[in-house]
Design a protein around this ligand. Structure first.
Ligand code: TYD
Length: 405
């Protein structure tokens, strides 16, 4: 048992996935000895935070080799354009010289829309390679991890922020208390902190356990975020559900405790309590569901292979590292994984060493079965792959259960 990263109380283990490589640790050559760490997810019964019990040092994950590029999906590009419009239309409209800060701004997929409108902005991004892409997109970016010290540097150079936001970044930051300390320094008294991350309610309900990997230190709920905000003298004032990443939640937070709170916060927390997410018991079944879906998927792949078919993976996602390693699905079952991200092509998947090939390679290949690893882009991919399906190709999906369609 480990201490909770938020409140210091003891965390109870939900699932122990065993030793795992880095989810984005795609390798050019098959290594003799790969870095691995124990992937264990647990629950704090005091502040309700679901979290990794063991973590990897941030600069081991987010460095100049970081392979994750945000702008690889049309749906995500649209999502972040709407995110930027939401800031401009609903949050900073009417404010004099507003200042928008985004944490983990990646290649500028969101902030470029803010930049285009000549709004003062700053991306805070620790990975050099993606920060460079953001600059090329016209996005003002500093290379740093956000905390109190970074907040003070930004404050001295630019002044206080009207908005501090992030998407799929807060859940990455182990010392999240230091982020809130930084927000308290940098955010205006009437400013808004908002962020979105995969929602633990969706993960448990859909059994999408592959969201659990090294980079995702936390799995938030309304229950846990309201506690975390309170610790730092802030209040959770609104929640908006997002369809991305298989179900994410956007949380809005303001300084102080006398802000107007939307009824959505109470509604979501009520729903979470109905699933017992404020108790360890709420997570017990999840462990069995994870084991069962892995067993079913592996059995199906073995059967398809035995029948003389080839299987290809679609989307070398970070999350598939958990699925492939935990279910022990390797190149004996999957010929290769196709992906459109240049930084992944011609590399191997972490731990399982399945080759990654270009999309063009897949299009020319006459494969019958595709394991949809990028299941969060199912709609976009199925639309794109009508020809594959017309010629009898089948997609295999696996949440909440294994389906061939
Ligand atoms: P992503 O959704 O970011 O998931 P994760 O956070 O788990 O990495 O990754 C999607 C991956 O799928 C990314 O590597 C790009 C790839 N992809 C394709 O190859 N083709 C596509 O049409 C889409 C939508 C994604």
């Amino acid at each position: 048992m480990r201490k909770c990263k938020i409140c210091g109380n003891l965390v109870k283990t939900i699932v122990n996935f065993g030793k795992m490589p880095l989810a984005n640790g795609f390798v050019r050559d098959i290594p003799k000895d790969e870095f691995k760490f124990p992937l264990i997810v647990g629950f704090c019964p005091v502040c309700y935070m679901v979290q990794l019990e063991e973590t990897v040092k941030p600069n081991q994950m987010f460095n100049e080799n970081y392979a994750f590029i945000s702008s690889t999906s049309n749906a995500m590009a649209k999502h972040f354009e709407e995110y930027a419009n939401h800031i401009m239309r609903d949050i900073i409209k009417g404010k004099k010289n507003p200042f928008v800060v985004e944490l983990g701004s990646n290649d500028g997929i969101m902030l470029k829309h803010i930049a285009k409108n000549n709004i003062m902005h700053l991306g805070v991004e620790p990975s050099h390679n993606v920060a460079e892409l953001a600059r090329a997109n016209g996005v003002n970016t500093i290379e740093a991890f956000f905390n109190k010290e970074t907040a003070e540097i930004i404050l001295n150079k630019y002044g206080k922020a009207d908005v501090i936001c992030g998407a799929n970044v807060m859940c990455h930051i182990e010392n999240i208390n230091s982020v809130y300390e930084g927000v308290n320094v940098l955010l205006k008294d009437d400013g808004v902190l908002f962020f979105e991350d995969p929602y633990i309610y969706d993960i448990v309900l859909k059994n999408s356990f592959d969201q659990i990997y090294d980079e995702h230190v936390f799995y938030f709920s309304g229950l846990s975020i309201s506690q975390l905000a309170k610790r730092h003298g802030m209040q959770l004032i609104d929640m908006k559900h997002q369809e991305v990443h298989g179900g994410s939640m956007r949380y809005y937070i303001k300084k102080g405790f006398v802000n107007k709170q939307s009824k959505e916060v109470d509604n979501y927390i009520e729903k979470e309590k109905k699933l017992n997410m404020d108790k360890y018991e709420g997570y017990v079944k999840f462990k069995d569901n994870v084991k069962n879906v892995c067993k079913d998927l592996k059995n199906l792949l073995v059967k398809i292979k035995k029948e003389g078919n080839r299987i290809v993976g679609y989307g070398a996602t970070s999350k598939s590292t958990t699925l492939l390693n935990y279910a022990k699905i390797g190149p004996d079952l999957i010929d290769y994984i196709c992906d459109i991200t240049p930084t992944k092509i011609n590399k191997y998947t972490p731990g399982t060493y399945i080759p990654i090939k270009s999309y063009e390679h897949f299009v020319k290949d006459n494969v019958s079965y595709v394991l949809l690893l990028a299941w969060n882009h199912k709609e976009e991919i199925l639309k794109k792959e009508t020809r594959f399906r017309e010629r009898g190709g089948k997609f295999i999906t696996f949440f909440p259960k294994v389906i061939v369609e």
